[in-house]
Ligand binder design. Structure first.
Ligand SMILES: [Zn+2]
Ligand SMILES: [Zn+2]
Length: 258
């Protein structure tokens, strides 16, 4: 029984010391740990302090090509996009998407929202709710719609750390994740969801992906938090796409969701 792919890792292209390793270092660790696929998924463009820049994409492509020459492992180019509005806008446009093999999406606090109003109502209010350890019903509804709209508008492969910093109605999000064939991540650093919420996703028919969310090379492939949850909750292996299996997540290899 083994983990065969890690689709959520950050490299130095998550700038200003946020991601610690080079692409090659991440790939080497993945190879040494027996993975067959790894994705490099740095933070999206609207994370002004440490997101990847559009001008870095050609360099990232070159680094990935170099790493694949050195190690017999498939390396996917991805981005962990940010949700930047309650309407489900993300910080990746159609042109950007052409460069990607895989698209991840999650909520992060320090991003430029789509408008000033969204900065106040979506980003800042979520930061406030986290500080208060209480999310209002209205905010949960707003957040839930943000995720649902994002999954319907964009070809997102994986929703990262659901319910971390942005509380949603998990059942409603799970229903649309199932409908749009979007994977729910069990994050290696922070689960975000309670056991009950993970079970809700499972009962709604969602598939899970285990990932490390490594920000340094030695954490690549470290998915023990998610794995422990799967074992604890007796979720069958068949509900996890990268455990003893390799899904066709690479854009060029999979069928479009329509
Ligand atoms: Zn994240
Ligand atoms: Zn991440």
């Amino acid at each position: 029984m083994a983990l065969l792919a890690d689709y959520h890792t950050h490299s130095k292209y998550s700038r200003n010391g946020h991601g610690k390793g080079t692409v090659e270092e991440n790939v080497r660790v993945a190879y040494e740990k027996g993975l067959r696929q790894i994705a490099i998924t740095d933070h999206g463009f609207n994370q002004k302090a440490y997101g990847i820049r559009r001008c870095d994409i050609p360099n990232l492509k070159r680094d990935i090509a170099d790493a694949m020459e050195r190690y017999p492992i498939d390396v996917l180019l991805g981005i962990e996009a940010n949700i930047i509005s309650s309407k489900g806008d993300i910080d990746i446009n159609d042109e950007d998407y052409k460069d990607l093999d895989i698209l991840l999406c999650g909520f992060h606090r320090f991003v430029t929202a789509s408008t000033r109003r969204e900065r106040i109502n979506f980003i800042n209010k979520n930061i406030f709710c986290e500080l208060m350890h209480h999310t209002t019903k209205k905010q949960i509804e707003r957040n839930t719609n943000a995720y649902i709209n994002a999954m319907r508008k964009y070809d997102i492969d994986i929703i990262t750390h659901l319910n971390h910093g942005c509380k949603v109605d998990v059942e409603k999000v799970a229903r649309v994740a199932k409908e749009t064939n979007t994977l729910i991540e069990l994050n290696g650093k922070r689960l975000g969801m309670s056991d009950n919420e993970i079970l809700t996703c499972y009962r709604m028919g969602c598939k899970f992906v285990l990932s490390s969310d490594a920000h340094r090379p030695n954490r690549v492939g470290d998915c023990h938090l998610g794995l422990e949850a799967i074992l604890r909750l007796r979720i069958p292996e068949s509900a996890v796409v990268n455990y003893n299996d390799i899904p066709n997540l690479k854009k060029s290899k999979r069928k479009k969701r329509s």
